[in-house]
Design a protein around this ligand. Sequence first.
Ligand SMILES: CC(C)(COP(=O)(O)OP(=O)(O)OC[C@H]1O[C@@H](n2cnc3c(N)ncnc32)[C@H](O)[C@@H]1OP(=O)(O)O)[C@@H](O)C(=O)NCCC(=O)NCCS
Length: 223
Amino acid sequence: MSTVKPQDTLEVRVRRIHRRDLNRTWEFLKLVFRDVNRETVEYQRPRSKRRFMEVYTSEWIEQLLYEVDGEIVGYSECAFEATGDDNWVNPRWFEKRGMRPLFVEELAVHPDYQGRGVGSFMMDQLQHLARTRGCTHLVLEVAENNEAALAWYRARSFYKLDAAIFMAQKVPGEPDLLPPRRIKRRPKVAPEVEASPNTGPMPEAPAAKPGARKGRAAAKKSS
Ligand SMILES: CC(C)(COP(=O)(O)OP(=O)(O)OC[C@H]1O[C@@H](n2cnc3c(N)ncnc32)[C@H](O)[C@@H]1OP(=O)(O)O)[C@@H](O)C(=O)NCCC(=O)NCCS
């Protein structure tokens, strides 16, 4: 039997977030999801800094930091209510099924600490919170192409709800701008129209018929 000696392990501590942690936690989240987002292009995390800052003031949301020697190695965010103006969860769907969910909004482990048990500790913490608050299920959204996380959740008995899947249908495209159009050329003005000595506006010269002048000149010559 292998024994784990204290000097071979690190102590991870969990605590509630404080306002002074917000900026570095946001930077931490961007770092964790940088590589994940390359795989899950249509589904990016974290959502927005504005939302992240607002979450701090919500009484329904619990933000926890996990630290090793004061350094953030993990972050979890969970909500006891489906809140927020960008939320599309229908609480009645869960009520009808007798579920009282704890919504796991974010779960992130520093890349240098992944695969070392931090995520499992975070999941135990969320399960514990759910139990103490009378919730029956942990519910979360994960990008279908975040395969590592999906496998990780499945290995922890998470199953797919039939609530929503991302679908798309192509709309036949039409450019906003119209194609080029042919227009009339400006009619050529006859070059030999003499200027009138009058200062008033020139009367509109009737379009000279080809050969008309020539005809008159020819008549003069012949007289
Ligand atoms: C998914 C995540 C939270 C798991 O946390 P973790 O600390 O890496 O997980 P643990 O160390 O507790 O679990 C280790 C297990 O996960 C597997 N694992 C998953 N991702 C891993 C990774 N990137 N590196 C190493 N092992 C990983 C290991 O094979 C191991 O399996 P085992 O339990 O059968 O031995 C973490 O990898 C993470 O933050 N990923 C990036 C952000 C993300 O995708 N979050 C989820 C969005 S919904």
